[in-house]
Design a protein around this ligand. Structure first.
Ligand code: PTJ
Length: 248
């Protein structure tokens, strides 16, 4: 569908188109389209732009990824459909591995995702060979299966559009978890170490740009970052926007 640039919701309609074409080309599941709908609601409520709180979290995430010993970017269907280029760019800049890890697991879809990432320049994609599979303890979903060269042995994991169970299990397993989640109230948002309350499609571009700058710094040190405080600001932003929109 041709969306006129002047359309007031052009950006969000473009994102929908990307997801629908990702669905048609076998990257994401029907449930991924529903998950996107939930995300859209929260995107509307945060004003469909990157807030200063999201930017703060992006900076903390960038530093954590650059300083990590074994960082991994976990990729699901929605993330692959929305940001394939940025996933590969970020992995190169911060020296992270890329691993496909799905909630609704399916070998064919894993291969489709890997193919898309390779088309965008990725050299190695983990999570595809059963001989490397290990199980994340205390996790029932298919996401418990992790690559021993990747998520299983990582110290920092970026897990966008995530379900709460895995975030909790990864934390219990000693990982530092960074997430993108438009819903600041979700279990993942509340449990992660660094929560970026922004649409991955906007936030990943910024994370790539900031990481390019930070990676060049000689004495990069950890940024003081309080996730709970930062989330509270994002929740207040939603409240403020609601009041403004409803004129109350
Ligand atoms: O590809 P699979 O099989 O791994 O499945 C992926 C989905 C997304 C279907 C699966 O992880 C899922 O069901 O996720 P949830 O539990 O619905 O959580 C998704 C979270 O991501 C929700 O809190 C949404 O608000 C949020 N979200 C949706 N779209 C975006 C988003 N956050 C950032 N950017 C988005 N574009």
């Amino acid at each position: 569908m041709l969306i006129p640039k002047s359309h007031p919701r052009a950006a969000s309609l473009h994102i929908r188109e990307k997801l629908v074409s990702g669905y048609k080309s076998g990257l994401l599941v029907e449930e991924g389209l529903l998950a996107h709908g939930r995300g859209e609601t929260f995107d509307y409520l945060i004003g469909e732009k990157t807030s200063k709180y999201a930017l703060r979290a992006i900076k903390a995430a960038s530093v954590a990824l650059i300083l990590a010993k074994a960082p991994v970017i976990s990729v699901n269907g929605n993330f692959a459909a929305l940001c394939p280029k940025e996933i590969v760019q970020l992995a190169k800049i911060v020296n992270a591995k890329i691993e496909v890890n799905l909630f609704y697991t399916n070998e064919k879809r894993k291969r489709n995702i890997a193919k898309t990432l390779k088309k965008n320049g990725a050299k190695e994609i983990l999570g595809l060979e059963s001989k490397y599979y290990k199980t994340i303890p205390k996790l029932d979903s298919a996401r418990r299966v992790a690559d021993k060269r990747g998520i299983f042995s990582a110290d920092v994991v970026l897990v966008p559009l995530e379900d709460g169970d895995r975030t909790i299990a990864l934390k219990k397993f000693g990982k530092k978890v960074i997430t993108f989640d438009l819903n600041p109230l979700s279990r993942t948002a509340q449990t992660a170490d660094i929560t970026i309350v922004d649409n991955v499609i906007r936030g990943m571009k910024i994370l790539v740009d900031i990481s390019k700058k930070f990676a060049k710094k000689k004495n990069l040190s950890k940024i003081k970052f309080d996730n709970k405080k930062n989330l509270a600001h994002s929740i207040n932003l939603v409240k403020k926007n609601l009041r403004r929109m409803a004129h109350v």
